[in-house]
Design a protein. Structure first.
Length: 529
């Protein structure tokens, strides 16, 4: 007997542009101990299906037009809010896609983590704290007792995601819904988390719905697979035949979009020497810790160059200092010592006024698009702002430039008047990429720019980045935990561990013959199709 049986679910959204059918008569079931993988492009209705089960869709504008979802003898779609509260977080837990917007910024993560135990299991606070610290350690968070007292903004994106995973598992639910749970995780922690989920699933006979755009992860984890396109189920069945012998063209297209192999051309292979655009020497960045007298060294005496027209990859585990390094070279975080030179000009020590003329040349694509986009600004206003500021566009040229940016990142012009909350996670990331490219920069620091994208859109964005680099002689520091993407995109790669560069060199040389044990461990953890 299935643990969950969803039948003919249809969900529509009533918007200013009319009625949008987000889910169209989707059916699936999950047995105890079974894993159902749901894959599809961004906006295909994957998350809407899951949110509908728990009564988390905004009403209005969402309307459940038809369907039933039987779980432990109850139809979830027919329950009132009071009854659903006794199920959410206790019998069914969900790992949400965007941890920064799901964690309360005003409450330490430990207090948020123990809330399900206090609310649903009447656990004593001391016991709940001990369980929470043990689970933080289990999901791979270093110094769990200290992190228990941390605030969400003090954690990296990957560490916040691990907190969300721990929060979902702490009450020992019967069904776990994981919506892109490993998106922000590096490959080694991803492997650890997936092994943890599998171990807990086996021990508790846990049913699992795993929503992901990472087809390699789904293949290695799922028993059954549901492929969704534009709200409809186009293919479903056992994982092995769907991945080995897909029947539908859409499934075949998704599998064909997975990055494989190395970059075909590289500016470092040209006969002429390539000038350095950026030179970083002995860069060190420290942070003061509220619970310690000793400063924490996030970036420790780092040296590297970025050449003109080059894409330099930066990989490493979550918390290794990658994002801090990227922000330090742009003066978004003040380094303690070292040197950062852009075409010979020293950036270290410049104040905000002195940096302002250089901001058009130096842009950043942030890891979390929902946090970096202003929720009160429409897409048009978001993209128009840098065009007005840095390129002095207005009127019809401004509107045309905004439309061209949307087209470049794969969004229709009809998106101009929408706001960030009206988009999926992948679509928001595309808007953030368009904003960074609006000022026609010389150097872009891309912090996990494709981590929230499905494979087909990821392929489009990677091809777009390659075209822009070639067309404008653009340079890029590409920060990512997806080593397959780094291999396919980057000319050279830096491997970062605990604030230091432990290995660097041409991407293919590092991939095929890694010298450092840490690099070898990262490559060994990459999931294979």
């Amino acid at each position: 007997m299935p643990l969950l049986d969803l039948a003919h679910l249809s969900v529509s959204f009533h918007t200013r542009a009319g009625i949008v059918r987000a889910v169209d008569s989707v059916s699936f079931s999950v047995a105890p101990g079974e894993t159902l993988g749901i894959v599809g492009e961004s906006g295909s209705g994957k998350s809407v299906c899951c949110l509908a089960l728990l009564g988390l869709l905004p009403r209005p504008p969402a309307v459940i037009e038809s369907g039933s979802a039987h779980f432990e003898g109850k139809d979830l779609l027919a329950l009132n809010e009071r009854t659903l509260r006794t199920i959410r977080g206790r019998r069914i837990s969900m790992i949400f896609q965007d941890p920064m917007t799901c964690l309360n910024p005003c409450i330490p993560i430990g207090e948020q983590l123990i809330e399900p135990l206090l609310q649903h299991r009447n656990t004593r606070r001391r016991t709940a704290r001990q369980q929470a610290i043990a689970l933080l350690d289990e999901v791979g968070i270093p110094a769990p007792e200290r992190r228990y007292r941390s605030w969400p903004h003090e954690l990296s994106g990957g560490m916040r995601q691990r907190v969300m995973i721990a929060m979902a598992l702490i009450a020992e639910p019967a069904l776990l819904i994981a919506d892109e749970p490993t998106t922000a995780l590096d490959v080694s922690i991803q492997k650890q988390i997936l092994e943890l989920i599998k171990a807990i699933q086996s021990r508790r006979n846990l049913g699992l719905i795993f929503v992901s755009h990472d087809l390699a992860v789904v293949r290695n984890l799922a028993d059954q697979v549901l492929v969704m396109e534009q709200g409809r189920a186009v293919e479903q069945g056992a994982a092995e035949p769907i991945f080995n012998r897909p029947q539908q063209p859409y499934t075949q297209k998704l599998l064909a979009a997975i990055p494989r192999g190395s970059k075909t051309t590289s500016p470092t292979e040209t006969a002429q020497p390539v000038a350095n655009l950026l030179e970083v020497r002995t860069l060190t960045t420290r942070f003061t810790q509220a619970d310690s007298k000793q400063p924490f060294t996030a970036v420790n005496s780092v040296d590297f160059d970025i050449r003109q027209g080059e894409i330099l990859g930066l990989v490493g585990e979550s918390g290794s200092g990658k994002s801090t390094l990227g922000r330090s070279i742009l003066n978004l975080v003040r380094p303690d010592s070292g040197s950062v030179r852009l075409r010979g000009q020293q950036l270290m020590g410049l104040n905000r006024r002195q940096m302002r003329p250089l901001r058009a040349q130096l842009q950043m694509i942030f890891q979390d698009p929902y946090a970096s986009l202003n929720p009160r600004m429409s897409v048009f206003a978001t993209l128009a702002e840098p065009l007005r500021l840095h390129r002095a566009l207005k009127g019809e040229p401004l509107a045309s430039a905004v439309g061209a940016l949307l087209e470049d990142v794969g969004l229709p012009p009809s998106c101009m008047r929408k706001y960030p909350h009206e988009f999926s996670g992948g679509q928001r990331q595309r808007i953030a990429i368009g904003r960074a490219l609006a000022s026609q920069p010389t150097l872009v620091v891309a912090d996990e720019p494709v981590s929230a994208l499905d494979v087909s859109i990821q392929k489009q964005i990677l091809e777009l980045l390659l075209r822009l680099v070639a067309r404008h002689n653009l340079s890029m520091l590409f920060i990512s935990h997806d080593l397959a993407v780094v291999r396919a995109l980057c000319d050279r790669v830096l491997v970062m561990h605990r604030g230091q560069i432990v290995e660097q060199g041409p991407t293919e040389a590092v991939w095929t013959a890694p010298r450092d044990p840490y690099t070898r461990a990262l490559i060994a953890a990459v999931p294979r199709l």
